[in-house]
Design a protein around this ligand. Structure first.
Ligand code: KG4
Length: 344
């Protein structure tokens, strides 16, 4: 590449139910367009077949709009970055195939992005004329979403190590399932968050996991919540309705407590004070407040993402693509998407 030429990356995200495209120029975000599939709400969860069909319909207009909004042309792109996994296979195939076709037609390299690493690198999204503090390496990132709960040691943009992760349910999955048992809508996380703000977090106590190291477990908590509800509802059929806010506050408190205990332990053991949170559950107010309290107490430099970058978005994929491009790490066109977690 010529020395002073700008680096322009298109990012494409299609791992679940959001079709998103973004353009980054020299590490600055120029556009970020997302089509969210609300069709799944009425089914109480994402229906994979419907998701992949919706991606197929959305991908061309979303990419087109992202390029148009960036003020650039597709001929300006230096690489196409895309989410290769983990996620729903049918959804990933749409973004992957589209990215491959576009990269081939433009004769530019392909950059494959691990969706989870993308969530972490959301902390490096720079918007024009906005000062965003970036975590300094090495930092610890609590990555919490509907499919994953991990503590990641981030040594560099392209060097990350999972030091702890859930051995069963993810934090978001557990919250969503508890919300479902209470008859709340989908996804339950934001609804629990809203209700919890008015409730008493100590009203109900649920069983806590006892797992070694920095690993998590949430399935026991979920079962404990279910049995508590079952026992109280036997006595009083209106129990859930009458105790909705306290139940929400108590389950949120338990999840946050479990997440924070391991994060504090890891930070102390490794002597790291640069701490970040990422993923859908990092939008949770209870978790954000608990992190702020811990930051105050333990002198952490805390990094909390903007709400719009907690959920799935292509800005984080384009940004991750930019740093892989700078390191000359490209993807062979023959590589397929992957549905399960792998860290390269
Ligand atoms: O990262 P994400 O958008 O998608 C993946 O799982 O990859 O995370 C979605 C998860 C869902 O479980 C959703 O309920 C949860 O994030 N979530 C929240 C909040 N907003 C989203 N959980 C608790 N409080 C919130 N405010």
């Amino acid at each position: 590449m010529e020395k002073d030429k700008k680096v322009v990356i298109l990012g494409i995200e299609s791992s679940c139910d959001d079709t998103s495209a973004a353009v980054v120029c020299d590490g600055v975000l120029l556009s970020n367009v997302t089509a969210t599939q609300y069709v799944h709400e009425k089914y109480g969860g994402v229906v994979p077949e419907i998701a992949s069909r919706a991606h197929e319909q959305n991908i061309i207009p979303v990419v087109h709009e992202a390029i148009a909004m960036s003020g650039l042309d597709k001929k300006d792109l230096n690489a196409v970055a895309f989410t290769r996994g983990p996620g729903l296979m049918g959804s990933l195939l749409v973004g992957t195939s589209f990215a491959k076709g576009l990269a081939l037609s433009l004769n530019v390299p392909l950059v494959d992005i691990n969706h989870l690493q993308g969530h972490i690198l959301a902390h490096f999204i720079d918007e024009p004329n906005v000062e965003t503090p970036h975590p300094k390496f090495p930092f610890l990132c609590l990555l919490v979403s509907g499919g994953n709960s991990q503590i990641v040691l981030v040594k560099a943009y392209n060097d990350m190590e999972i030091i702890g992760q859930t051995i069963d349910d993810a934090a978001g999955e557990a919250i969503d399932k508890c919300a479902k048992v209470m008859g709340l809508g989908y996804p339950g996380g934001p609804i629990i968050d809203k209700l919890a703000r008015q409730g008493n977090p100590k009203a109900f106590v649920f069983s806590k996991p006892n797992i070694a190291g920095y690993n998590y477990s949430f399935s026991g908590l979920k079962t404990s919540f279910l049995y508590t509800l079952r026992d109280f509802v036997k006595e009083n059929p209106n129990f859930i309705e009458e105790n909705k806010i306290d139940l929400a506050a108590s389950i949120e408190f338990s999840v946050v407590d479990i997440l924070m205990n391991k994060l504090k332990k890891a930070a102390k053991d490794l002597g790291i004070k640069e701490i970040a949170i990422a993923g859908g559950v990092s939008a949770n107010n209870g978790l954000r407040n608990a992190c702020r309290e811990a930051a105050e107490k333990y002198n952490w430099n805390l990094y909390i993402p903007k709400f719009s970058y907690t959920t799935d978005n292509a800005a984080m994929i384009a940004m991750a693509g930019y740093y892989k491009f700078l390191d000359n790490v490209f993807c062979d066109i023959s590589l397929p998407p992957y549905s399960k977690v792998i860290f390269d």
